[in-house]
Design a protein around this ligand. Structure first.
Ligand code: AMP
Length: 302
């Protein structure tokens, strides 16, 4: 069991109604890998600049994330600056500096080529396709994207989606990708682009899973302290794909469980800025919150 992820490794500057953090560790691949590392072996593909500190590399290594595919090249690391209002579900992007990602040419290390699970985290869809061309017959390909790429590289994104088994995006992105306000109609439209299944994340309202025959609804964990939603989507995807990679069971009940593990990881992530909460979990915390989810959603016929 191993899970390859390509995505961004970043310096994030984030402002929420509860505080702010400047130039902290972030990026879609970083959040994804850290969340997934609690379930499975992770092979990361990404690029950083010479300004990326050793302490962050040491942190990722400490999580046993394989960094054979993390390139360090001359130039600056990707930077993202965003802000959230009291409506915490969607970030307002204030600045995106692609920096070293502008000339990134992902090379899949030999040790990665047989990864059975692949996740194309939020990154340029042309790079996502480039990675898919280099891996050998993975069992499951997951994918994420965002409005930046839906607006800027729609055709490349549609090509990537043809190859994808499961797309994991938020409600705004699903509506924008489909050009349809109604979420059920948007889901049908997105499935017609190629993915066999779709998960729509709805922040504090939970998530919806769709395939051609079923819908499953999961709540978000009710939390009193939400400091920073950045990375919630990536942590969800990391928990979801990590669990599937660990169990190698693709039945509908296993997929539902994976969605709850994804929700657990997202709920921990939003409790602090950057990866401050996610990095200090142990598996007992994860199982404990999983059981709370079970109680939260359980009901019986009378
Ligand atoms: P999310 O899980 O959607 O909150 O993802 C947040 C992460 O996405 C942040 O840590 C950012 O560094 C990263 N990010 C923001 N914009 C982009 C982009 N255009 N491409 C790749 N990663 C991005």
């Amino acid at each position: 069991m191993s899970l390859l992820v390509v995505g961004s490794v970043a310096f994030d500057s984030v402002k929420t109604p509860f505080g702010e953090a400047a130039d902290v560790l972030g990026g879609s691949a970083t959040y994804f890998s850290t969340a997934a590392s609690y379930f499975t072996d992770v092979n990361m593909v990404a690029v950083v600049g010479e300004d990326f500190p050793q302490k962050h590399i040491d942190f990722l290594k400490g999580k046993k994330i394989n960094l054979d595919g993390l390139q360090t090249v001359p130039g600056k690391t990707f930077r993202w600056r965003g802000e959230y209002g009291y409506q915490l579900n969607e970030a307002k992007t204030l600045e995106t500096q692609l920096n070293v990602f502008e000339r990134f040419n992902p090379k899949i290390a030999d040790s990665y080529k047989n990864s059975e699970f692949v996740f194309l985290a939020n990154i340029d869809p042309e790079l996502q396709l480039e990675v898919l061309r280099q891996v050998k017959n993975p069992l499951v390909i997951g994918c994420d994207t965002m409005n930046f790429w839906i607006k800027g590289k729609k055709n490349a994104l549609l090509k990537t989606l043809k190859e994808v088994d499961i797309l994991i995006i938020n409600d705004g992105e699903a509506r924008e990708l489909a050009g349809e306000v109604n979420l059920l109609k948007a889901a049908k439209c997105v499935l017609s682009y190629g993915p066999k299944a779709l998960i729509i994340k709805r922040g504090e309202y939970g998530s919806l899973f769709f395939n051609n025959s079923n819908i499953f609804a999961a709540p978000a964990y009710p939390l009193e302290t939400v400091f920073d939603p950045t990375g919630a989507g990536d942590s969800f995807a990391g928990g979801f794909m990590g669990y599937l990679s660990n169990t190698r069971n693709f039945s509908e009940p296993a997929i539902r469980q994976a969605i709850i593990f994804g929700s657990v990881m997202a709920s921990y992530n939003v409790e602090a800025f950057s990866l401050d909460r996610l990095k200090s979990l142990d598996y007992k915390d994860i199982e404990g919150r999983y059981r709370e989810f079970k109680r939260l959603t359980h009901f019986e016929d009378l």
